[in-house]
Design a protein around this ligand. Structure first.
Ligand code: NAI
Ligand code: MG
Length: 352
């Protein structure tokens, strides 16, 4: 029951929320007694890039491959282009370790007011499964006649049968353990090669799951349903780009980016999975001890679920909700708590 954990706080508020989440994990580990996290820290980040010219060492991936899980804050710094931090650290990890499922829960927590005022805690409760290794984010393309009036820029998408099938199957399996409803995002009217293929694979895999209610919506319509009838969703499966956009919308309807958690899962468990909040390094509030730690704490819960301790994971979510219900909130939610004092309040609400 030892689990090796690579911790990458990253930049900005990543440091602040990761150190708080580690306090909570340590406490949960103590109360539970069922597991031990063997933690090792890595300072890979934009700060590391400014010193070394790369986001992580050349053998970074092979170092990480020896761990069972990766717990990441966020990377990004104003003087480093965002594509450097993304392609230099996050994407190599997601792809190198075949973390083909990006799981993002969308749920209104107790004590939180959704901008969709008619929905209360628990009314919205679904998960988005985002394909995480291919699709629209494929690094294939280029420019013809750059800088001229006749410039043409091409960005290609790649959808493989294996890559599409496996994420569909994972989403169907999840729906089966949940409320047995799976919705897929498509756009087969506009993207007339990739999306008809996506739809075909959805229908084909779906035949193995006759017990799961299945629907397919164009992503633009689906985005509007996230706002007009979010209660109708259970599991939503989407391609890399569509999932990226839908989950930011999901973060908004659940009450803000400071609450949104995510897991990058390698279901085969041949490689480590990575757990990170949806938000970035928030340079505008970094270093002020006012970042909301809920997203990172919820991310810690997703990690415990993955490691086989869902009961302990639930303790964390319950303690977060009890804290919010007591009116203790960080400034992004209209409160006056600090990152640290909010976490203290969560710690005091864990089981004794
Ligand atoms: P961001 O998520 O860092 O910030 C957007 C807005 O939300 C800001 O006003 C920020 O203060 C607020 N916010 C975010 N998380 C919060 C929290 N926990 N508590 C309170 N307020 C919070 O996104 P932005 O500004 O687009 O990007 C900033 C940097 O982060 C960029 O360099 C970007 O590339 C990077 N980034 C990194 C990600 C990652 O590491 N996975 C994901 C998204 C952005
Ligand atoms: Mg995004």
């Amino acid at each position: 029951n030892h689990h090796s954990l690579a911790v990458i706080p990253g930049d900005g508020i990543g440091h602040e929320v990761v150190s708080e989440a580690l306090r909570v994990l340590q406490h949960v580990q103590q109360i539970s007694g069922r597991f031990q996290l063997d933690v090792q820290h890595f300072d890979w980040s934009c700060q590391y890039y400014l010193r070394h010219g790369r986001m992580m060492p050349e053998d970074g991936l092979s170092t990480l491959s020896g761990f069972e899980a990766i717990f990441l804050g966020a990377v990004g710094f104003p003087t480093v282009p965002d594509h450097v931090s993304l392609w230099g650290l996050l994407l190599p990890i997601r792809r190198g370790f075949d973390q083909y499922v990006n799981l993002r829960p969308v749920k209104i927590l107790q004590g939180i007011e959704s901008p969709l005022r008619r929905y209360k805690a628990g009314d919205i409760n679904f998960v988005v499964v985002r394909e995480n290794t291919e699709g629209e984010y494929s690094n294939i393309g280029g420019a013809l006649r750059p800088g001229t009036p006749d410039e043409v820029v091409i960005q290609n998408s790649v959808f493989t049968r294996k890559g599409t099938e496996r994420v569909m199957r994972w989403a169907f399996e999840l729906a089966r353990t949940s409320r047995k409803r799976l919705t897929a995002a498509t756009k087969s009217n506009g993207l007339n090669y990739s999306m008809p293929f996506w739809d075909e694979v959805f229908r084909q895999v779906g035949r193995e799951y006759p017990d799961v209610d299945q629907s397919l919506y164009h992503v633009d319509a689906l985005a509007s349903y996230f706002v007009t009838r979010p209660e109708s969703f259970d599991v939503v499966v989407a391609s890399n780009l569509f999932g990226d956009i839908l989950t930011d919308l999901g973060g908004a309807i659940q009450g803000g980016l400071g609450l949104a958690a995510s897991a990058n899962i390698n279901p085969d468990r041949r490689f480590p999975s990575m757990f990170e909040p949806v938000h970035g390094s928030a340079p505008d509030i970094a270093g002020k001890n006012i970042a909301n730690p809920v997203a990172q704490l919820w991310t810690a819960k997703l990690m415990l679920d993955h490691l086989g301790y869902p009961e302990e994971g639930q303790w964390i979510l319950d303690a977060i909700e009890a804290t919010l219900l007591a009116g203790i909130k960080t400034p992004d939610l209209g409160g006056t708590a600090t990152t640290h004092s909010f976490t203290d309040a969560v710690l005091s609400r864990l089981p004794a």
